[in-house]
Design a protein around this ligand. Structure first.
Ligand SMILES: [Zn+2]
Ligand SMILES: [Zn+2]
Length: 350
């Protein structure tokens, strides 16, 4: 059996179709037939080979990957075949794939934090991912049943949904005190808005420079929306909220983090998930004086992915708008994403 892939064959070059023999799963491995794979901003960084850090600096992300390489980490499909030691796998069952697979040996993996493993085997990042007809998974524990959600939605939940969920979980102790603040209402932020309402029963305040996104957030249940470019926004938000105890920065720029810390109450916390870049500076004394916490997080754990699928099912959280494209349009889809032409999530149908 052959496997068709849209592969990265050179950094900064277009994806090309490559055809290889389909792997046969050994031991605990499972071969999944891809149904849908989401296209994510981080795929653009992988294709470029770097992240922008701000001030013209780049973080090179080319190490540990051999070309041709298959991107794609927001994967859902059906079980095609399994190795002899892969227990509880049923051929044909529909599964979302948890892509943030770790080494299983390091200090992070030992406590279940495979998403921050020191020697990761993350699908579509360091190991071949889902812009392909098939994906090989090391163990069935990474497969999550998602019925009655759609495959596109389940795949997207493994990245943008999981990121928003894990960030919000880190604000649990403070979310009870006062309304949340969400900065950046793109794909992750809108998911965060829906999840925040489901998890904490609160209507968050939101901040975005884009008027359309502020409107979308208000329509989706935000308490109030602010434009950070408006010089009066901080004051108004402080007045409306009494000071923020819990904020998610889904943008991750110097501007967004400055805005977030500028509206924190004493004891407040910001969780940063965004990767836009920039350099954040603050007098060190602000940490003790404001009892301030800034925490970074990246995606989430396998346990959190399962919790998220359960939460979305239980609370019937509606999916973001999803634009489906065929697999052979992978490069065109990346181009559209880069040009800001994708509304909601772009998903490849395989
Ligand atoms: Zn992603
Ligand atoms: Zn590890």
């Amino acid at each position: 059996m052959q496997m068709h892939r849209q592969s990265l064959t050179a950094y900064a070059g277009p994806l090309c179709e490559t055809i290889v023999q389909c792997p046969t799963p050994k031991d605990t491995e499972v071969l999944v037939r891809t149904a849908r794979c989401g296209v994510c901003h981080s795929d653009l960084h992988m294709q470029d080979g770097y992240f922008l850090l701000g001030d013209g600096k780049q973080l090179d992300v080319r190490a540990g990957r051999t070309l041709p390489f298959t991107l794609g980490h927001e994967i859902a499909g059906t079980i095609e075949s399994a190795g002899p030691d892969a227990k509880e796998t049923k051929t044909g069952s529909a599964v979302a794939i948890y892509p943030w697979i770790g080494c299983g040996q390091c200090a992070s993996c030992k406590v279940g934090d495979e998403n921050i493993c020191s020697a990761p085997r993350h699908l579509g990042i360091t190991v071949d991912g889902g812009f392909a007809t098939h994906v090989l998974i090391p163990h069935p524990r990474y497969l999550i049943g998602y019925a009655p959600l759609t495959a596109s939605y389940a795949g997207a939940l493994m990245c943008s949904g999981l990121t928003a969920y894990a960030a919000l979980k880190r604000l649990r102790s403070r979310a009870a005190r006062a309304p949340l603040l969400l900065i950046g209402l793109g794909g992750v932020g809108l998911m965060g808005l829906a999840l925040a309402r489901a998890m904490y029963g609160v209507a968050p305040f939101v901040v975005d420079i884009d008027g359309k996104k502020r409107e979308a957030a208000l329509a989706a249940g935000a308490a109030a929306a602010f434009d950070p470019a408006d010089p009066g926004a901080r004051k108004e938000l402080l007045k409306a909220s009494g000071g923020i105890y819990a904020a998610c920065d889904f943008v991750g720029s110097d501007k967004s983090l400055n805005f977030a810390t500028g509206v924190l109450a004493k004891g407040g916390k910001v969780v940063v998930t965004g990767l836009i870049g920039g350099v954040y500076m603050t007098p060190v004394a602000m940490f003790p004086l404001k009892a301030m916490t800034i925490e970074g997080t990246t995606t989430g754990t396998l346990a959190e992915a399962r919790e998220l699928i359960d939460l979305v099912r239980e609370k019937n959280i509606t999916p973001p708008p999803i634009a489906e494209r065929p697999l052979n349009q992978a490069q065109a889809t990346l181009d559209d994403l880069r040009a800001g032409k994708i509304v909601g999530r772009a998903v490849l149908t395989v």
